[in-house]
Design a binder for this molecule. Structure first.
Ligand code: AMP
Length: 187
């Protein structure tokens, strides 16, 4: 099974691009944020813990995410590939990902990094808030917090990934179709 990783800040359009790409590549789209929300909807113990972090715009602890990611890999081992959206988000998660992928005999294809400036992210967050049911989408302070968490934890994780695997960075400004074309040209 091949793993295509999509990374970038919150509100950069990762989920949207994953939905377009999954149809074209015939890969499963796995969003770790969606998986956290599903655990909460199912009322599991771990879901309750996850939602405490999610609703404040914080990251769920690395060890919980490591278990979830390991489960995701096992569930998808007979698929041709997955597009991984939302993992890894910290330096420790990059190490966990590399260890787990190696120990399970899987491989990472490409890492696609969507780059969008903060001013545009805040505009997109406000737009998303109009239609989203997510608690963490409804509050401007949480939008800012999530972008700050990205800067403090995920941007360094992306830099660390660059030292380990090939990371391709894309300009995430423009229409959905234009960005899809930019990404497809590199695949
Ligand atoms: P997302 O749907 O990708 O925006 O993720 C929503 C929320 O789920 C995040 O703000 C975190 O609380 C949690 N989450 C998702 N993926 C991760 C991850 N890799 N590490 C920690 N928390 C995560």
């Amino acid at each position: 099974m091949e793993i295509l990783i999509i990374t970038g800040p919150p509100y950069s359009g990762k989920g949207t691009q994953c939905e377009v790409l999954k149809a074209q590549l015939n890969f499963e789209h796995i969003s770790t944020g969606e998986r956290c929300r599903l655990e909460k909807e199912n009322g599991t113990e771990i879901g309750k813990v996850m939602s405490e972090y999610e609703e404040k715009g914080d990251l769920v602890p690395d060890l919980i995410m490591k278990d979830l990611f390991s489960k995701i890999l096992d569930e998808n081992k007979s698929n041709s590939g997955i597009i991984l959206d939302g993992y890894p988000r910290t330096i420790a998660q990059v190490s966990d990902l590399l260890d787990l992928v190696e120990s399970k005999g899987m491989k990472i294809g490409k890492v696609l990094n969507i780059d969008v400036p903060k001013s545009e992210l805040l505009i997109r967050a406000e737009n998303r808030a109009k239609t989203s049911e997510r608690k963490d989408d409804k509050d401007t302070e949480i939008h800012k917090k999530r972008i700050e968490v990205f800067e403090n934890s995920t941007r360094p994780a992306i830099e660390y990934m660059k030292s380990k695997i090939n990371v391709l960075t894309f300009d995430g400004l423009g229409s959905i179709d234009v960005i899809t074309e930019r990404i497809k040209a590199s695949l």
